[in-house]
Design a protein around this ligand. Structure first.
Ligand SMILES: Nc1nc2c(ncn2[C@@H]2O[C@H](COP(=O)(O)OP(=O)(O)OP(=O)(O)O)[C@@H](O)[C@H]2O)c(=O)[nH]1
Length: 859
């Protein structure tokens, strides 16, 4: 007989039997070792009796007969049902094991599931399989699907279930053999015990199950945190419980206590602010952060994950506010722009039309009749927009006639206009720019009202105008179409009321509404640098109400509204939808078309502005090779330049926009022109730095560079070109691109004098008392220009130059003198008088190269 056959007979496993045999002195090597008959007999005798002894020691007082019967049954089972030896064995084992061991089984089983690689107890291994099998049998009977770990969680029931499985139709208690009451009692006791131990083991298993999960979760969480913080080494190895223990120890020594049990955190909160929130010293927070591998200063924003952990350490609960930061916040605000309390708002109107058809006259006529009428004695300000009252309603006019401004705004994504008034002179009819204006308005999807102007003129022919307009899709209502057409005379101020009525009618159709209760949002219509008041922007409020004191962000700037001034020059504390106001309190001059947004506090405003500035800087830095107009052609030929970035600075926003639009419209030849920045005011060091970094050229229109900026441009080799006629600027660029830039007359600054005081001298009139700040002011200069806040306010000739009462030829730096400028009586203290000479610059050779090309092409 072989070992495995004996094992089968005894209902034991080979690995259990082999040591037993060895103990009995029977030499065996493996499960297939042969056994002689004597050995088999001894083994059966010893091991069978051992099994019986085991039964008795299981703590159940049973009768011998019962035991023998049961044992016999076991034997029978072993022999008759060979496929289920395991179950039987379990039953035997179960009886053998003490309560403590029973409890250990599920634990071991649980561990076997949660940590399969872990070494299993010799007991656990054989227990584990039936643990799963037994409920499976039950499952098969009840046809219920139970999750695996649920099945695993019920191992102690195995014994009972095994019994049930052998008599599957009835529960164990009822299935007791009626013939043997003792056996039944015993079984009952067994079943009860099994159920009790099941309950106890379930409890234990729950705990056993819970413990490793928490640990795992904790570890996963820390790992997650580590990945987020980007430094695994910095993770504290302490477990959460340990940490809290540590905190417990530490807390009595702390001087300060958390002010709040729960703190609300939002993105962007600084270390210092956070420390204040949790009532700790910022230095301590910084130290904690350092321990986590994060090097931050008091004013830098804190990582929210880290903040949560630190706050927890100090016993404060953290609520991370889902509030978004920066642009995301603005976007969110824009999306959730629920106009809950929307009320009708005044329409915003732009006037367009062909040159000289009377746009300005019409604007002026409306303003003068209406504004002056409504605001008795009020001085109308030119702030870029104005409001007029029509009965109890209002209409806002944008004061920049022409479709260029309209389109420039639109190109920046800004839609300020609700209605376009197309002015067509009745004597002139539909002209090219009329058609252009129609296209611009249509492209923007803005409804048109036609004002047929100059009807007072003898040559006026309204029908001809209407007829011509039909060709462009505008059919007058009187002719069965849907375009409102009104006959007006800006000169005689007739038809204006009718025009305003029609505007209101159209506005009604458009159902223009806005919610005045929201935080305000508007558009910059115009911006300038005012000497006394600093940067000023005219903002057209589009929704919400703008208040003095509101924190705002516009372009790269942020601040607080210091004062608001209406179009009539009056101070106001608030401005609602469609109201244009001058905003004072800006840190810089924004661009027309910039969105002016109110945010809840200055911190958020600052954050957004900084974010934008950083983005712009990054974008600006990405610019290509440094060039100047002079060597542009050569660089193009070398293939070094594909794009020419241009910085445009002008005296007024309108000129800057117009020049930028014209430059961008220039046909792209070998090089693409890109206007990277336009601004109002003198050329500053920042402009030069921007140009230097982006290899751009700077074009100044009607302005001068500040002395420091001029020096910087010289140092950095930035090409700064100054013009007073847009055409000249465009011509130069075009010529440079074609290699035709004529080396023209170049201006040279001779000297600059600052006006210190104005005084009147009999006969000579108003004289400026000046101090020559650099170079020399000379009568021989080709001309002088008057510069106020870097803007050229006048260019002409020197009138007189005196020291004391004598006319002089030249006054050098460091001396005082009296200056007058020919035909200019508006000199003011603080103005700069710049004297310049004009030099001729030698011609260059590029024309020759260019001349050769067409010839070779022809050949
Ligand atoms: N007779 C008459 N002349 C008018 C009327 N409206 C404007 N004008 C004259 O037409 C000329 C041009 O008027 P503007 O208002 O400057 O025309 P504009 O369209 O603003 O011109 P640009 O600004 O150059 O595009 C001026 O000489 C006005 O006096 C009108 O209703 N009747």
């Amino acid at each position: 007989m072989r070992v495995y056959e004996l094992a089968k007979q005894l209902g034991m496993e080979n690995r259990e039997l082999i040591p037993e045999l060895k103990r009995l002195g029977i030499p065996v090597a493996s499960h297939s070792s042969a056994l002689d008959d004597d050995s088999v007999r001894v083994a059966i005798e010893k091991l069978s009796s051992k099994a019986r002894a085991g039964e008795t020691s299981a703590g159940h007082e049973g009768k011998k007969a019962g035991r023998a019967k049961e044992h016999g049954a076991v034997h029978a089972l072993v022999h008759e049902e060979p496929p289920k030896p395991d179950k039987k064995r379990i039953l035997i084992k179960k009886k053998k094991e003490e309560g403590a061991e029973e409890a250990a089984a599920p634990l071991a089983a649980a561990e076997a599931v949660f940590a399969p690689a872990a070494s299993q107890g010799a007991e656990a291994a054989p227990v584990a399989p039936p643990v799963v099998t037994a409920p499976e049998v039950a499952e098969a009977v009840s046809s219920e699907a139970a999750p695996v770990d649920e099945a695993v969680s019920q191992p102690p029931v195995a014994a009972a279930v095994v019994e049930a499985a052998t008599k599957p139709t009835q529960p164990p208690v009822v299935t007791a053999t009626p013939a043997d009451a003792a056996a039944a009692a015993k079984k009952k006791a067994l079943a009860t015990e099994a159920l009790e131990s099941e309950a106890a083991a379930r409890e234990k298993l729950k705990k056993a199950k819970k413990a490793p999960r928490t640990r795992e979760e904790d570890e996963a969480k820390f790992k997650n945190d580590a990945t987020r913080w980007g430094d695994l080494r910095a993770i504290p190895v302490q477990r959460r419980e340990d940490r809290s223990k540590h905190i417990h120890h530490a807390s009595p020594t702390e001087i300060t206590k958390p002010r709040k049990k729960s703190v609300k955190l939002s993105a962007g909160v600084s270390v210092k602010e956070f420390a204040e929130l949790i009532g700790q010293r910022p230095a301590d927070v910084v130290r904690k952060l350092m321990e986590m591998g994060q090097m931050v200063t008091f004013n830098q924003s804190i990582n929210l994950e880290a903040a949560s952990l630190i706050a927890e350490e100090y016993g404060a609960k953290v609520e991370v506010s889902t509030e978004k930061a920066g642009e995301a916040l603005l976007e969110e605000a824009a999306q959730s722009s629920g106009e809950e309390h929307a009320v009708p708002r005044p329409p915003v109107v732009t006037i367009m039309g062909h040159v000289d058809h009377g746009k300005t006259s019409l604007l002026d006529a409306i303003r003068q009749t209406k504004v002056a009428e409504g605001e008795a004695g009020g001085i109308t300000q030119h702030i870029g927009a104005y409001m007029v009252g029509v009965r109890d309603k209002q209409v806002t006019f944008l004061d920049t006639p022409g479709h260029e401004a309209f389109t420039a705004m639109r190109a920046r994504g800004a839609k300020a206009t609700d209605i376009v008034i197309l002015v067509v002179a009745a004597d002139d009819g539909v002209m090219p720019q009329t058609v252009e204006a129609i296209h611009h308005a249509k492209a923007a999807g803005v409804p048109l009202i036609v004002a047929i102007n100059k009807v007072d003129k003898p040559g006026a022919n309204v029908d001809r105008v209407k007829n011509a307009l039909t060709e462009h899709g505008l059919v007058a209502e009187s002719w069965g179409g849907d375009t409102i057409m009104v006959e007006v005379s800006a000169k005689q101020r007739t038809g204006l009321d009718n025009l305003l009525e029609m505007i209101l009618l159209q506005a009604e159709v458009l159902e223009l509404k806005a919610d005045p209760e929201r935080m305000a949002k508007g558009l910059v219509i115009e911006a300038k640098l005012d000497r006394g008041r600093g940067p000023i922007a005219t903002v057209l409020v589009q929704s919400g109400t703008l208040h003095v004191g509101d924190a705002f962000v516009v372009g790269n700037f942020s601040g607080r509204v210091r004062a608001l001034v209406t179009d009539t020059g009056k101070k106001t504390v608030e401005a609602g939808p469609s109201v244009p106001v001058e905003v004072i309190g800006l840190p810089g001059v924004p661009s027309a078309g910039d969105v002016f947004t109110i945010v809840k506090d200055e911190r958020v405003a600052r954050e957004i502005a900084q974010e934008r500035a950083m983005k712009q800087r990054a974008a600006d830095l990405a610019g290509p090779a440094k060039v100047s107009l002079d060597d542009l052609f050569a660089k193009i030929q070398e293939g070094n330049v594909k794009e020419l970035p241009i910085v445009i600075k002008a005296d007024v926003q309108g000129s800057a926009e117009a020049l930028a639009a014209a430059v961008e419209k220039m046909p792209a030849g070998a090089v693409k022109l890109r206007v990277m920045h336009t601004g109002v005011g003198g050329i500053t060091e920042t402009d030069i730095l921007l140009a230097a970094a982006s290899k751009a050229i700077v074009i100044g229109f009607n302005i001068r560079p500040e002395p420091k900026a001029a020096a910087l441009a010289e140092r950095e080799g930035v090409d700064v070109r100054l013009y007073s006629i847009i055409y000249d600027a465009l011509n130069d660029i075009r010529a440079a691109m074609e290699g035709l830039l004529e080396p023209t007359l170049k201006e040279r600054v001779l000297g600059r004098a600052e006006v210190r005081q104005m005084f009147t001298i009999p006969k000579a009139g108003l004289v400026a008392g000046c101090y020559v700040v650099d170079g020399a002011i000379s009568r021989a200069s080709a001309g002088v220009r008057v510069i106020r806040d870097s803007v050229v306010v006048y260019e002409g000739k020197l009138g007189s130059l005196r020291r004391f009462k004598d006319d002089v030829r030249e006054v050098q730096q460091g001396y005082e003198c009296g200056i007058t400028v020919e035909n200019f009586n508006d000199l003011k203290a603080g103005d700069i008088i710049e004297a310049f000479a004009i030099d001729k610059v030698a011609a260059k050779l590029e024309t020759t190269n260019r001349g050769a090309a067409p010839q070779s092409h022809r050949a």
